[in-house]
Ligand binder design. Structure first.
Ligand code: GMT
Length: 377
């Protein structure tokens, strides 16, 4: 197949899923064309069958706001025509699905299909804004196929928008060959020179991730267990989080590592992954941690209970219940046999989301959408 993939190219779950999917499809012999404003961060090095098409945006002075949706639609038309695309696969509804709809109207290629994958905040946050809601609903309804990364997100989409459309659930995935626990003694010695336990969190430091909760949980854990906290990623709340660490007097025990391209070593040197999010449609970073045998302590929101098994792969608590999450962490960190059991169970669970299985699901879904515009559940 000739597949056009559009995603946000920077750090973030939806871009990661889109890029890893494109790479895997290319390895299976499909021709994959990434169409975006920048080179996707996970697209490293040359790969056969993978091409990148950059969307250029005019900076004409009249346009106070960049017209990305339109520029993307034009680029989609160009790529579809010259590369004979069978389908556009849009990751994150806004504005990608809208651009794809426009592109399809402009193309004289009636068989080109549009598939939209909903990732989370496109529905739970951004899509709910009045300025986006009508166009979001329209773009989803006009897609030939729609997938969501969890049952939670499918229900939320159907309920919030009253959309009468089949939505296929295709979860996030992980390459368990790459994401596995590797020897990381050097990293561990560097982070925890006195054999402290290591807690880790990775995110885009947005409000929805509740990073201050991560810090407060760690603060409570440290009162009982010698420990260090690693914070991976960057975003709008990072400075506030650094300030909180100084206020709590724990700054020397917390390392802000910023954005990291490769995290397998860091995960392999960690004992607990914390994800106390306010909203999480799936929790890709938790899945990656689980694949590296790191039990997860998370909130009970969104799709997290579809990934995590409470009392086996980690623990789940109510949003904001810092005390309970800290107690769970202390329990695991002070009971080595139990921690080991959880670590192995986390890995086993992650293997159910092995990339090859989920990529095949996407492939079959593409075939069904190409065979007919309406896709039964
Ligand atoms: O987590 C984020 O805020 C980034 C966001 C994105 O769209 O890049 O991630 C969303 O998509 C991921 C991949 O499908 C999911 O694993 C995340 O749970 C989801 N984030 C939220 O729902 C907050």
């Amino acid at each position: 197949m000739n597949i056009g993939i559009t995603c946000y190219p920077t750090y973030g779950g939806s871009g990661v899923v889109a890029t890893e999917l494109g790479k895997a499809l290319a390895e299976r012999g499909h021709f994959v064309h990434f169409i975006s404003y920048a080179f996707p961060i996970r697209l490293t090095g040359f790969m056969d069958n993978v091409m990148f098409h950059e969307v250029e945006i005019s900076n004409y002075p009249l346009f106070d706001f960049p017209l990305y949706t339109l520029a993307l639609a034009s680029k989609m038309v160009e790529v579809a025509r010259y590369e004979k695309l069978d389908l556009f696969h849009c990751h994150y509804a806004i504005p990608h699905a809208t651009s794809a709809y426009l592109a399809k109207q402009m193309l004289s290629m009636p068989n080109t299909r549009v598939i939209t994958t909903l990732h989370g905040t496109d529905i739970t946050l951004v899509g709910l804004e009045p300025s986006f809601l009508p166009v979001m609903k329209f773009s989803i309804e006009k897609s030939d196929g729609v997938t969501a990364v969890s049952r939670f997100l499918r229900e939320k989409t159907l309920t919030n928008y009253g959309i009468e459309k089949e939505i296929e659930v295709i979860p996030n995935f992980v390459d368990t060959g790459k994401y596995r626990r590797v020897p990381a003694d050097d990293v561990r010695r560097h982070i925890a020179p006195n054999n402290e336990k290591v807690l880790v969190h990775t995110s885009n430091f947005r409000g929805v991730k509740r990073v201050p909760d991560v810090i407060r949980i760690f603060d409570e854990v440290r009162m009982k267990v010698a420990a260090k906290l690693l914070l991976i990623g960057d975003g709008p709340e990072r400075s506030q989080c650094e300030l909180l660490c100084r206020e709590l007097g724990i700054q020397e025990h917390v390392k802000f590592l910023g954005k990291q391209a490769e995290i397998v070593d860091i995960l392999s040197a960690s004992d607990i992954f914390l994800m106390p999010s306010q909203s999480e449609s799936f929790g890709l970073s938790a899945l990656e941690a689980m694949a590296c045998e790191v039990p997860v302590i998370s909130s009970s929101v969104g799709g997290l209970p579809e990934l995590q098994i409470h009392g086996q792969t980690g623990y789940i608590a109510e949003i904001g219940d810092i005390d309970r999450m800290a107690r769970y962490a202390i329990d695991l960190l002070t009971n080595s046999p139990k921690h080991q059991l959880f670590a192995k169970a986390a890995r086993m669970r992650a293997m159910e989301f092995e990339a090859s299985k989920i990529v095949s699901q996407y492939e079959r879904y593409y075939e069904r959408v190409l065979a007919g515009a309406e896709v039964p559940a």
